[in-house]
Design a protein around this ligand. Structure first.
Ligand code: NDP
Length: 267
């Protein structure tokens, strides 16, 4: 049977196996999809082992997306711009890297919120944030400010994307139309320390972190401050559909997958 997997650390929370199995049922494909949590130092070795033992496709999540791009022989334009990858596969004996996060994110956020001409704030400067910047600018946003716990990492990102504005968390003011939370703070069960005044002008809030049957910490905070807010489950499903298409040449329907996941996990 064809083998696929998602690699990350932590990985227990990942819904990717259920999503890919739902796509596979829909498209009449038979596959195995597992979760792999390599030790921090062992990511590259784990990727090589996976493909040399017959694996066909890998999704990569926090904190390995930048290392996934670095080890690829061929990077797609999206992965190259982001210098981060979430989808790996072998073609003609070469390791290919793609980044489907940005397209998945744009499809999902624009269902509710048109981005054109809007002033955005992104919190987080890791592998996921990297994948969203170019797609956001392609939507014709007015501006994008980046804020991160470690400003050195945000400054490194600005070297790739000079049009980014930077702001330290403590200096943030309520001047954004939308806020994208792309840090791993919720994932690690750590509280994200954001000034409440940031929400006082009612920005639209999107959290890349997702949680079934409960609001994520950032969504809870944003809603408590009276903002419209959505988590990243829709993005997760859309980026997975793009990875599925790369691996299988078939584009699955995404519309009912969220409801399907909720019903699996509420049993
Ligand atoms: P990385 O490990 O590459 O980056 C982590 C980022 O989070 C860094 O900016 C880091 O800051 C920041 N961070 C970590 N812990 C804290 C904390 N306690 N307080 C403040 N900032 C913190 O992770 P990714 O970028 O790959 O993933 C980020 C999140 O996005 C994860 O929760 C992941 O699950 C989610 N995600 C969701 C997707 C979806 O489809 N919905 C797709 C991709 C990711 P610093 O630089 O200072 O360490």
């Amino acid at each position: 049977m064809k083998r696929f997997a998602v690699m990350g650390r932590p990985i227990a929370h990942s819904l990717s196996p259920q999503i890919h199995q739902a796509f596979a049922r829909q498209m009449g494909v038979s596959l195995q999809y597992e979760k792999i949590q390599p030790a921090l130092a062992d990511f590259e070795m784990a990727v090589k082992d996976f493909f040399s033992s017959g694996g066909e496709g890998l999704n990569v999540t926090s904190p390995f997306k930048e290392r996934a791009w670095q080890m690829a022989d061929v990077a797609s334009p999206r992965a190259q711009a982001a210098q981060a990858a979430n989808t790996l596969y072998i073609k003609d004996g070469l390791l290919h890297a793609e980044n489907t996060d940005g397209s998945g994110f744009i499809t999902d956020i624009e269902r509710d919120y048109p981005l054109h001409e809007k002033r955005g704030l992104m919190i987080g400067a890791g592998g996921a944030a990297r994948g969203l910047i170019q797609p956001l600018f392609e939507q014709g946003i007015h501006s994008l400010t980046l804020s991160n716990r470690s400003m050195a990492r945000a400054e490194a990102l600005k070297k790739n994307f000079p049009e980014l504005l930077l702001c330290a968390v403590d200096d943030l003011e309520p001047q954004y139309d939308f806020i994208v939370h792309a840090s791993a703070a919720g994932l690690n069960q750590n509280r994200l320390n954001l000034p409440e005044k940031l929400f006082s002008n009612q920005p639209y809030c999107y959290d890349l972190t997702y949680q079934l049957n409960a609001d994520s910490a950032f969504v809870q905070l944003a809603k408590a401050m009276g903002c419209k807010a959505k988590d990243g489950l829709g993005m997760l499903i859309e980026q997975a559909a793009l990875a599925f298409e790369i691996w299988h040449g078939l584009r699955p329907e995404t519309k009912n997958i969220g409801a399907c996941l909720h019903s699996i996990f509420s049993l």
